[in-house]
Design a protein around this ligand. Sequence first.
Ligand code: NDP
Length: 285
Amino acid sequence: MGKIIDGKLISKAVKDDVARETAELKKSGITPGLAVIIVGENPASQIYVRNKQRACEEVGFESFKYELPEQTSQEELLELVNKLNKDDKVNGILCQLPLPGHIDESVVINNILPKKDVDAFHPENVGKIMIGDYSFLPCTPAGVMELIASTGVDIKGKECVVVGRSNIVGKPMAMLLLHKSGTVTICHSKTKDLKSECLRADILVAAVGVRKLITGDMVKEGAVLIDVGMNRDENGKLCGDIDFESCKDKASYITPVPGGVGPMTIAMLMRNTLTAAKEQNGIGK
Ligand code: NDP
């Protein structure tokens, strides 16, 4: 069986680092602050927001939670974003997606000041990532890079296959692997032969949202398998896009769901918020 990449352990190391630096910053009167906005009652979003707030407490940040009703108008939400943009106590602003259908997510994202956009979704931050000169990386792909780094596997020259091309995960993921000199293939719902693409992968990242899409017959012996997917199986249990049971013996390293990418996403959000706080106070970059 391949080695399991322990996302909980690795994320704890990241959070411990952030907590140490935060304690130092506090000595000079700076406490990083993260504002989290949630609109509506989406149960999954409620859990994510709770976990993010808990992580803020763990590392010593101040967190500000704004729970808005489902029927909040786009104008009202933008008013709040603008208020937070101007608030010096708020270094990072996160608007939990998805937003209700009547609100245009891209308009909201575009109104968050890029220097407070700790999710790195704003077009200015996306552009910077493309160029390779950035302050923040989007949390999930950044977390995946940490998980791959923890294996000691060098990405340079490796066949990297990313399944999924969303703006939040798939596309930036591919870009980060490319920055590390991987040979990158991006697959999506129109890919003709997903199995043959996946079979070439030395490093396979699945970010699809289809439970157990990647099965053992689709992966190469010795591949590093990273599962971003968060789905529910037939019994309502959390599961990924990779069928862990049929893949674990072929992989050299594999992430579990839960306990793989999920905790890393939150840890990287903490790191981004710390970076934002430092930059806004003239420390660092
Ligand atoms: P999206 O729905 O935005 O994107 C899914 C992608 O998968 C699309 O590019 C789509 O292709 C592709 N796809 C769908 N079906 C297939 C298929 N049968 N074969 C190949 N490709 C397919 O999802 P996200 O990127 O936002 O999220 C992906 C998964 O990751 C979800 O399960 C989500 O919950 C999870 N997630 C987990 C996080 C974590 O912290 N662990 C954070 C963020 C997301 P096309 O573009 O052609 O439609």
